[in-house]
Design a protein around this ligand. Structure first.
Ligand SMILES: [Zn+2]
Length: 710
């Protein structure tokens, strides 16, 4: 975790079922996100028509500076802007190909009204200089944490002035305040106060947001909208929250920390809702001052139990742009000591980020330690279509290196439209359920780091045995199934259940449902529409569909009539309409995480193969491939994970053959390959083989392959 902040120095052949009415579908669909591969053929048939058609519906509504952002963290210190010093900083940003500044001043600190006024002047002056040089700027401010410098010694610290505005732990024993270095961004004598969004703090905070919105900035970056990150765990149980909970749910506030208790279950879900309401009020206030301004929520609870424990569910914050704080596995060395599984888990997490923002651009942190690991992290973020915020672990406004950042950002700038405006050609969608994460795993934490080991006495290693997804029911299955796909070069997308609709699902020949014990009837009906129209749905988990969304158990599974007498050891497949549902009533993904065995892998891959979904490389070798289409180009990201595993490992290239589903006789203008280290792209040779375009290549840390067709 790294919130803030100490200001650092500046610096098929494809799927055989035809979908000929593809273009008609696009016209009718506002949220459709992807083209399954059959549709490449339609794209070939009418590339001109396809160009400019936005499958991701409304993405085109979003300003280009957000869609193509390369974010540069910049500390703006002092009480007044020094135009010469700031001018030098701006030169650095431009030289390193940043185009959006995340500016960071003193807004993490408690400021008196007078001090805040001075800060507003500083922001106003700085913004003018940024804009003069053609840069966009978003200003950083925490949402619910207020730091009083030297607060241990001050009578007028924020918490001492407003003790009843502080968050309160679920057990009502601990208020949300501490002094000193419980976390790296709070200095020894500082006070860190965590405020309740349902207290009068909201008005105090929104009043300040309005003033910041009036300084000419392009956006406000709102961090840590969450409960109980450091203290006051599982808040908030203050009287404001208890009253609001009772009013909104008609239930008494829970008194047992137990997810099988219906009131507590409701509370778990309510926390997500109340934080969303707070963030939406912030946005409304900002837009009331300046409708052009954007609100960007920084979200640290990604597809893991941080989202459950701290309450912020990114996929809920659909009114905001999101910058995802994707952690590495260590706050000391980021991903450098990560295992192959950890790396692919991180990749799947970046895919989740993209899917959770659905029709909006997605920004993400790319923590690095050294240049090689940092490059692979950023390449993964970008391969999943997240706009990068380059940063050295663990603090904001830092860099792994100016040369490194310059190399990466310039390379991304060269391929910007192909990377960020293209549409996914993945054939498989994994449906992530944040509700089942809460339901099955809420009493635990973690779910991100697979390796439990504290390597090299790394005190900031984020994994433990208990927190590994291997030991979690929902996250184990979700994480494992995602890994299985990516580790076998099956291009896949990930979407939260709450964001999908039938038009989106219709774009995928295969849908995968990691263990959803809790399933809503309407959700099942939506999935079955896709199945009846021809999709294959793979359902995993020992008791799928046995619980209703209020936490009550059904007499029989929602899948009962389809499931028949399937037993745990035997995968079964049932025809439904033009498609089918494949059941395997065991924790398939979790078993894969534990064993990576062929016994688990083969049935899943063979279901995929029956639908024409096969690996995009000839030989499985620790690479990830992710394909997109942009106008008349197919874009394939290749990520090379063959060398990862320990900090001491040096990157080494890998030779592979891409096997791209291809319509016989379709013309290729050229195939080029580009890597960040290269001055210019290289031309690749290719051949056709059984309706595949075969492209051999050697990949360094990461490659982008662009195939221009006609
Ligand atoms: Zn509260």
């Amino acid at each position: 975790m790294a919130i803030k902040k100490e200001v650092a120095a500046t610096a098929h052949c494809v799927h055989l079922r035809s979908r000929r009415n593809f273009l008609k579908q696009i016209a009718a669909t506002s949220l459709a996100a992807n083209i399954p591969l059959t549709q490449i053929r339609d794209a070939f048939a009418s590339p001109v028509k396809l160009s400019g058609v936005e499958l991701r519906g409304s993405v085109s509504r979003h300003p280009n500076w957000i869609r193509e952002a390369r974010i540069y963290g910049l500390s703006v210190s002092g009480l007044k802007v020094d135009p010469i010093a700031l001018g030098r900083d701006i030169n650095s940003v431009i030289e390193q190909a940043g185009n959006v500044i995340e500016a960071d001043s003193r807004l993490s600190d408690y400021l008196s009204d007078e001090e805040f006024g001075v800060e507003l002047e500083l922001i106003t002056d700085a913004v003018k200089l940024f804009h003069k040089r053609g840069l966009k700027v978003v200003w950083y401010i925490p949402a619910l944490e207020v730091i009083t410098p030297n607060g241990r010694l001050r009578e007028d610290s924020f918490a001492r002035q407003h003790p009843d505005w502080l968050q309160l732990s679920f057990d009502r024993k601990r208020r949300g305040v501490f002094y000193g270095q419980r976390v790296f961004w709070v200095k020894p004598d500082d006070e860190s106060a965590w405020m309740c969004p349902n207290s009068p703090y909201e008005d105090w905070y929104i009043d300040r947001l309005r003033k910041i919105a009036d300084t000419g900035i392009d956006g406000i970056w709102i961090d840590v909208p969450l409960f109980g990150l450091v203290v006051a765990s599982w808040g908030c149980a203050c009287h404001f929250c208890r009253e609001k909970f009772a009013l909104q749910t008609g239930l008494d506030f829970p008194d047992r920390f137990d997810v099988s208790d219906k009131r507590f279950w409701r509370f778990v879900r309510w926390r997500h809702q109340t934080l969303k309401e707070f963030m939406d009020s912030c946005r409304e206030a900002i837009l009331g001052i300046n409708p052009q301004i954007v609100s960007i929520a920084e979200v640290v609870g990604l597809d893991h139990l941080g989202a459950t424990e701290w309450g912020t569910e990114g996929s809920n914050l659909s009114n905001h742009y999101i910058v995802w704080e994707q952690d590495g596995i260590s706050e000391t060395t980021a991903m450098a000591n990560g295992s192959y599984d950890d790396w692919i888990a991180q990749y799947s997490s970046y895919k989740y980020c993209r899917g959770a923002t659905l029709d909006k651009p997605s920004w993400a942190f790319t923590y690095g330690f050294n240049e090689a690991d940092a490059q692979l992290v950023m390449a993964a973020a970008v391969a999943a279509q997240n706009n990068p915020y380059e940063i050295r672990v663990p603090k904001m406004t830092t860099t792994v290196g100016m040369e490194y950042r310059s190399m990466m950002y310039n390379w991304i700038a060269q391929h910007s439209k192909q990377i960020f405006l293209s549409r996914s050609l993945a054939q498989v969608a994994v449906i992530y359920s944040e509700r089942n994460r809460d339901f099955l795993d809420a009493m635990y934490n973690g779910g991100m780091v697979i390796s439990p080991f504290k390597k090299f006495r790394d005190r900031r290693w984020l994994g433990t045995r208990e927190k590994s997804p291997i030991n979690l029911e929902y996250l184990g299955d979700y994480r494992g199934l995602s890994l299985l796909l990516y580790q076998h070069q099956i291009p896949s997308d990930i979407y939260p259940m709450s964001r999908v609709n039938k038009d989106l699902l219709a774009q995928y020949p295969v849908l995968i449902l990691p263990y959803m014990a809790m399933l809503d009837q309407a959700e099942q009906a939506m999935l079955l529409v896709a199945v009846r129209n021809g999709a294959t749905l793979i359902v995993s988990g020992p008791e799928p569909g046995y619980w209703d969304t209020d936490g009550s158990r059904r007499a029989t599974s929602l899948w009962g009539s389809f499931l028949g007498d399937a037993d745990e050891d035997t995968p079964v497949s049932r025809s439904v309409g033009k498609g089918r549902v494949c059941f395997w009533p065991k924790e398939v993904g979790r078993d894969y995480l534990k064993t990576h065995s062929a016994e688990i892998t083969m049935p899943v891959l063979s279901w995929l193969k029956q639908d024409g979904v096969v690996p995009w490389v000839r030989k499985n070798n620790n690479v990830v491939v992710q394909p997109y289409v942009y106008e008349n180009e197919i874009i394939i990201h290749v990520l090379n994970y063959t060398w990862v595993g320990a900090l001491k490992n040096k990157p080494r290239s890998v030779a592979l053959e891409l096997m791209i589903p291809w319509e016989r006789g379709r013309g290729v203008e050229h195939v080029i390959q580009s890597e960040p280290q290269w001055d210019k792209p290289r031309i690749l040779t290719y051949s056709e083989e059984n309706q595949k375009l075969v492209v051999p290549l050697e990949c360094g840390i990461n490659s982008l392959v662009r195939i221009k067709f006609f």
